[in-house]
Design a protein around this ligand. Structure first.
Ligand code: PRP
Ligand code: URA
Length: 218
């Protein structure tokens, strides 16, 4: 079985499968896990998913002289991909991407879910100049109704961004369907496809409110 496989139900959704990832995700779900450990786990899980989610990055050849000879060898074609955390919870994933791609730039999209309507409300947007042709990685731990991530991707596309990958930790079937339908060109990577949403729009079994658990706000 491949480490990462698209689900038959949605060819755009890739559930990354690895024993360490499964183990860490169980710790993350545990309601007794405190914020410090929660933050560390989010970062570690993101590192494992990001490794898979960046597999489509294009390569080009450069000439390098080793101590023994000169060779043509691969290097990233796009030196400056862009990481876009959706505020707040996406911030917990950013450093892991930067560990893997230190030259990457970082944009920010500020969205929160209206508690009544569950609609995404925008309060911030900033992306790097001249980055239309860069590979973009939108990060948010939770893909619940899909409203926030679908909106973030829409805002990026309005600015001419056209190479977008979505990276989540936990996704719901509803969220995958909403994003896949709105953005059929965007691949979605996650560590788990959970069962369903409850009436308040929380993922079941999920891990609760990711932003609150990351930042200790509740
Ligand atoms: C959470 C989460 C996602 C969104 C997912 O953010 O981080 O951005 O909800 O829900 P959706 O798929 O139904 O849109 P929240 O709105 O709680 O804001 P926060 O990160 O500032 O806590
Ligand atoms: N946002 C979260 O942080 N958790 C959920 O389960 C749903 C939305």
């Amino acid at each position: 079985m491949p480490l990462t496989s698209p689900l038959p139900a949605s060819p755009l959704f890739y559930c990354v499968s690895h024993p360490l990832l499964a183990h860490k995700l169980s710790l993350l779900r545990d309601k007794t896990t405190v914020s410090k450990i929660f933050r560390e786990l989010v970062a570690e899980i993101t590192l494992l998913i990001a490794y898979e989610a960046t597999q489509d990055l294009a390569l080009t050849e450069v000439t390098v002289s080793t101590p023994l000879e000169t060779i043509s060898t691969p290097t990233l074609k796009d030196k400056y991909p862009v990481i876009v955390p959706i505020l707040r919870a996406g911030l917990g994933m950013t450093e892991s991407f930067l560990q893997l791609i230190p030259e990457a730039r970082v944009g920010h999209v500020g969205l929160y879910r209206d508690e009544e309507t569950l609609q995404p409300m925008q309060y911030y947007f900033k992306i790097p100049h001249n980055s239309q042709d860069s590979a973009y990685f939108v990060c948010d731990p939770m893909l619940a109704t899909g409203g926030s991530t679908a909106k973030a991707i829409e805002l990026l596309k309005e600015r001419g961004i056209h190479r977008i990958t979505l990276v989540c930790l936990v996704a719901s079937p509803e969220g995958v369907a909403v994003v896949s339908q709105a953005h059929p060109d965007v691949k979605i990577y996650a560590a788990s496809l959970d069962r369903e949403l409850n009436e308040q729009g929380y993922i079941l079994p999920g891990l609760g409110d990711a932003g609150d658990r990351l930042f200790g706000t509740k």
